[in-house]
Design a protein around this ligand. Structure first.
Ligand code: PLP
Length: 405
């Protein structure tokens, strides 16, 4: 065999998928498994989205389409961005096969060998892999529970070196559910204004914000950054359409030109049916999105309440997306039925094997003190899973001779 490119040594299956695979395997063996492991929003888009997809099939004329996206999609997306106070022209946007592909192409377009990309941790598990496959060096900045999992301006300033090429910024955040306030964004923006680096703003959870809070963006607080900010969007989370694979990027013209070149060299265009569905999602009535968000907020409250009652578990309050990231490290070194909980991976394995509960170890996100709970499952299942979690920790405390709090 002639061998593979060196960069492929960096590619690996995500830990999240490994947990999901193991849970599926146990399920197949007849075990009753509750999964808090996967980042899929459990709602479907409204009827008008499916109608648009059917129409696209019926009206198909059997040809390639523009690499930027259909005119209708581009228009609908630009209008939605303008609603968010992010005005872009139709020439400043481009489609991708999901947000993941958009991020991959952005890094492909930006990075040379050894360029550093700042990634605040906890981070979405694919970020460092994507940077490495594209010859960059992830510069991980730990932002633990003691600072509510948020990057501070001082940390950002300290992380920037002559080799820094980009910051990967995700708000609302996967895996922590954290949402930056306007002041926090502004403070980061002020640091960024001083340094000529790219900012990849992964905004794909921007509709999923609770407690009446608003979505704030670097370009709201620091419009001077417009020439070097790429806004990444997707229909996967906000619209409950992960399988349709449509992502969008809005950014400065020269960057979008590179993205168009990459689409031309790799995918030609995103498929017609998905683009028609995405057009309907961006451009049609938005009430199904609002309804779904209310239900996520209710479930967020259930999770926060349940975790608050587990002694030794600390969970900075998530205000967006559909994840909670409790710090469970006080339980490391203790035992469950005689078996030592050495770390987050051991804990998650025990939870899955002994309680049938699948959660993702925090080390998959660069923060081994925590674990990620994805609460996008029906409420009854959520309550049952949280009870299993509470039972597990109660058993560990009992084994350690600790009294119930
Ligand atoms: N960015 C973040 C933070 C995510 O959590 C995900 C998916 O889980 C993505 C990007 C990619 O989403 P998609 O490719 O489905 O648009």
């Amino acid at each position: 065999m002639p061998g593979f490119a060196k960069r492929m040594s960096k590619a690996k299956t995500s830990t999240i998928m490994q947990v999901a695979d193991k849970a599926r395997e146990l399920s197949k063996q007849g075990r009753d498994i509750i999964s808090f492991s996967i980042g899929v929003p459990n709602f479907l888009p409204a009827h008008h989205v499916y109608e648009a997809a059917h129409k696209a099939v019926d009206g198909d004329v059997g040809t390639y389409l523009p690499g930027r996206g259909t005119e209708e999609l581009v228009k609908a997306f630009v209008a939605r961005m303008a609603d968010k106070g992010l005005p872009y022209s139709e020439k400043e946007v481009v489609v991708a096969v999901g947000g993941k592909h958009a991020l991959f192409h952005l890094l492909f377009a930006m990075l040379n060998v050894g360029d550093e990309v700042i990634i605040p941790a906890p981070y979405w598990t694919s970020y460092p892999d994507m940077v490495e496959i594209n010859d960059g060096t992830p510069k991980i900045v730990p932002c633990g529970p003691e600072q509510n999992y948020k990057l501070t301006p001082a940390q950002l300033e300290a992380a920037i070196t002559p080799k820094t090429k980009a910051l990967l910024f995700n708000n609302p955040n996967n895996p922590t559910g954290m949402v930056y306030t306007r002041d926090e964004i502004k403070a980061l923006g002020d640091v960024l204004e001083k340094h000529d680096i790219w900012v990849i703003s992964d905004d794909i959870y921007d509709r999923m914000i609770f407690d009446g809070e608003k979505f704030h963006h670097l370009l709201h607080t620091n419009p001077a950054l417009r020439d070097r900010v790429a806004c990444v969007q997707s229909i996967s989370k906000n619209y409950g359409m992960p399988g349709w694979r449509v992502g969008m990027v809005a950014g400065p013209l020269p960057l979008i030109a590179k993205m168009l070149d990459l689409n031309s060299a790799s995918i030609t265009n995103v498929n017609n049916i998905s683009m028609a569905a995405a057009t309907a999602a961006f451009g049609g009535p938005q009430d199904f999105v609002q309804e779904s968000m209310k239900s996520f907020e209710t479930r967020r409250n259930i999770v926060v309440e349940a975790l608050a009652h587990i002694p030794g578990v600390h969970c900075p309050r998530p205000q967006g997306a559909f994840y909670a990231f409790p710090d469970v490290s006080k339980y490391y070194g203790k035992t469950h039925q005689g078996e030592k909980i050495t770390d987050d991976v051991a804990l998650c394995n025990l939870l899955l094997e002994r309680k049938g509960l699948a959660v993702v170890p925090g080390s998959a996100f660069g923060e081994p003190r925590g674990l990620r709970i994805s609460y996008s499952c029906p409420e009854a299942q959520l309550r049952k899973g949280l009870q299993l979690l509470a039972d597990f920790f109660a058993e560990v405390r009992k084994e350690a001779g600790e009294h119930a709090a």
